[in-house]
Design a protein around this ligand. Structure first.
Ligand code: ADP
Ligand code: ADP
Length: 217
């Protein structure tokens, strides 16, 4: 049976940051729905063009499109033993579709770390976020600056600020999270696999808590 971990939490909670830190330790590929959409936007694929309007408005891309994209991604060989999902599922329909997909793949969601962060902190985190277009690692101008300003530590690519990280769109994204994604906390709590992690701590403390909360092999 393959094992999947779903990272849950509001935009800016630190899902991408933690996924990059722990996916190697867990030996699981990091699958970020946002990264896949952005890659498609960059390459001007049909999917990218379709997603663009929703992303720039801070809305969710429709479920059918998102579910089909993730289904294709999870069917690739690197996911045969499982994966670390970041940013998917984000709606009840997506969570149910994931369960169905994993049924077919003889897989299971074994844990759902919920990175909990108060709303006030999220805006400052997102408006100060800088992203690497090559490796999708993220930095923060105050909380996690790169060694050289504006340059990725790993591949020296110039960092950029995402369009949807401006204050106005961030507020919209948080509202969308509260309406459409927060109900998943109950969904996974009811399955007994939710792990609450205090995401207000420093990055290394969050990783340590996350690693120790996960079920051992
Ligand atoms: P998400 O993927 O949940 O949207 P990110 O991992 O992209 O969140 O983090 C959002 C921003 O907050 C980034 O600029 C990141 O550097 C910063 N950040 C992440 N975790 C922490 C933390 N524990 N403390 C302070 N800043 C953080
Ligand atoms: P964040 O790092 O702030 O959590 P993401 O990079 O995960 O943001 O997502 C950026 C945007 O991509 C979202 O605002 C949404 O428009 C789209 N998106 C990402 N994942 C999904 C999903 N599972 N369902 C629908 N839309 C999504």
């Amino acid at each position: 049976m393959s094992r999947f971990i779903v990272l849950l939490g509001p935009p800016g909670a630190g899902k991408g940051t933690q996924a990059k830190l722990v996916s190697g330790k867990l030996n699981m590929p990091h699958i970020s729905s946002g990264d896949i959409f952005r890659e498609n936007q960059k390459n001007k694929t049909e999917l990218g063009n379709l997603a663009e309007g929703y992303i720039s408005r801070g809305e969710l891309v429709p479920d059918d499109v998102t579910i089909a994209m993730i289904k294709e991604r999870l069917s690739r060989p690197d996911c045969v033993q499982g994966a670390l999902l970041d940013g998917f599922p984000r709606t009840d329909a997506q969570a149910e579709a994931l369960d169905e997909m994993l049924n077919d793949l003889d897989g299971q969601v074994i844990a759902v770390p919920y990175i909990k962060v108060a709303e006030e902190i999220l805006i400052e985190r997102l408006t100060g976020r800088w992203t690497c277009p090559t490796c999708s690692r993220v930095y923060h101008e105050k909380f996690n600056p790169p060694q050289n300003a504006g340059i990725c530590d790993y591949d020296t690519t110039e960092l950029y600020q995402r369009n949807d990280d401006k204050a106005e769109t961030v507020t919209r994204r948080i509202r969308v999270y509260l309406e459409q994604t927060q109900p998943l906390i109950d969904y996974y709590q009811n399955k007994g696999i939710l792990l609450e992690i205090d995401g207000a701590q420093g990055i290394d403390m969050v990783s340590a808590d996350l690693m120790s909360a996960l079920p051992q092999e």
